[in-house]
Design a protein around this ligand. Sequence first.
Ligand code: AKG
Ligand code: FE2
Length: 311
Amino acid sequence: MEMEKRKQHIAPAPGGIPVVDLSNSDEDEVARAVVQASEEWGVFQVVNHGIPTELIRRLKEVGTEFFELPETEKEVVARPADSKDLEGYTTDYKDGKGRGKTWADHLFHRIWPPSRINYRFWPSNSPDYKEVNEEYAKQIKKLSENIMGWLSEGLGLRRDALKEGLGGETVEYLMKVIFYPPCPDLDMLYGAPHHTDLNAITFLIANEVHGLQAFQDNKWIDVEYDDSGIVVIIADQIRRMSNGRYKCGEHRATMDTEKTRISWPVFAEPNLDHVVGPLPELISGDDNAPKFKPHFYRDYKLLKMNGLPLD
Ligand SMILES: O=C(O)CCC(=O)C(=O)O
Ligand SMILES: [Fe+2]
């Protein structure tokens, strides 16, 4: 009975990931739906989230225009060969070096906080690129804080508990534009292999070519999205801060043999010098032993990227 009642909070999505309508005027119901989708799936789509469809359309337009530029112009924002950071344009596949790993070009740049933005890595091909990305950053931050607020309350904590656990106003938002050209090699059709994101929470939009899949109940499920929806992926740090209560969404991206797919995930993540672990309020008392070790985010990233033990 209790279970049946709980099930009502997320829209039935036959064969698909949960969809949460954020325009529902009953905020408690929205919060419960977000909590339930994060406990059971770790990946869901939000619709009617308040971010204007026109802004999303323009974001996709300026990013697509960047990837249409000649290689020499894209190289203007290339990631320097000796860089220790992710920011900049990189290409993985053209010379065959990416074989077996990924088949995509990437553009990474921080979009928040303003003090961490390096405009040197923002394309200047379109006069709108800056304005559109700055506005999207503000909107995504607001959406992210609302979702983290509901997730905090779902843990029985104050609304800002997860945001504070991640470093409050030092939380960074990293834009990644991924360009997956048509992939002729049928043995290598994974643009992004099976993984969970190592940051805290990810917000993804993509062009009309579908390819994202979520792993749920031991099978791959196509993630359907429309022009106005945003896919939310709960990532490692939310799982760890919640002491395992929230699930991180396992996912991968497939490729198309004929069409170009472009996706725009934004990764919310702590600053590298911030320590993240289970929130102290959740691990008091004998029944609540911490399930994860706290780590500097810098160390967590290094350990995970090198496949080393984390706990
Ligand atoms: O392109 C996609 O849909 C997924 C990309 C992804 O999972 C990632 O970059 O972490
Ligand atoms: Fe991912």
